[in-house]
Design a protein around this ligand. Sequence first.
Ligand code: HEC
Ligand code: HEC
Length: 253
Amino acid sequence: MSMSSVLVRHSVAAALLLLAGAAFAQAPAQAPAQDAPKNLKVLPKDWTRPQVINVMQNFTAALGVGCEYCHVEKEGAPPDFASDDKKEKDRARAMMKIATDLNAALPTALGEPADQLTRVGCITCHRGVPEPKQIGEILSKTSKDKGFAAASSQYTELKTKYYGAQAYDFSEQGLIATARPLIAQNRQDEAIQFLQLNLTLFPKSAASYVTIAQAQQGKKDNAAAIESLQKALAIDPKNAQATRMLGQLQPKK
Ligand code: HEC
Ligand code: HEC
């Protein structure tokens, strides 16, 4: 092995250790154990099983899945961790490379030394879910495919399962961010439904009324828009956007 490839190998290993948030400083010099990993293509080939498992536990936490999400598990037999039969395992390998590349590119891109920058790990994007979609992307698709009622019960389901897990935004902003792109797509009625749902959860959400007014404006229903803006101002008299929109809708005589 040339010196430079040793260095590369070391920096990749270091990056992956950081990815794992692991405390291992260096691979311990050890005779290969019986259960030593046999099929490592991204992690250093000389890593011991405990080192690999440490990274794996980071994966399961970051994606909110079990080992069997990426590894073949047959009934009554121990999981075959070396097997590459599950496509998710290869996708995870691709993602490991992407995360490593991102971390390698950041110092040059931002002009700061690596140790001063946040490391991008699986959790940075995945936040406890295998498909790191925003709540709005999920609800917008369900609403389009199956209607608002299905999207509304999906919201409740996701909230029951993930509330407090930082996977999705269940704050006042989550459903507003769901509605905004719908207004741009001229799906005004759906946008209003999501915002009304938001108001049942956050009755004092002036921003929801302002966004409803935008959807109503999109429907050319200016009278309704004015009424919504007045509701926004009743909650938050200093709301600049509501004041501005109301000024445009009610030109001075
Ligand atoms: C998100 C996908 C994913 C999850 C979840 C996952 N693994 Fe892995 N696992 C991988 C990948 C990818 C490799 C191969 C890494 C490489 O090629 O360097 C691997 C390799 C391994 C290996 C080494 C196998 C060998 O012989 O080469 C072991 C052992 C292992 N995983 C155990 C686990 C355990 C235990 C869990 C649950 C705590 C788990 N994995 C969860 C993706 C995953
Ligand atoms: C920069 C953001 C980002 C980072 C970092 C990241 N991922 Fe991903 N990952 C994604 C996106 C986006 C997808 C595509 C999800 C979809 O199918 O819509 C994805 C998909 C996946 C999938 C396939 C899911 C499926 O069921 O098809 C796996 C497995 C995965 N990531 C594992 C990982 C692991 C393990 C890490 C850490 C080594 C990681 N990801 C880091 C953004 C990221």
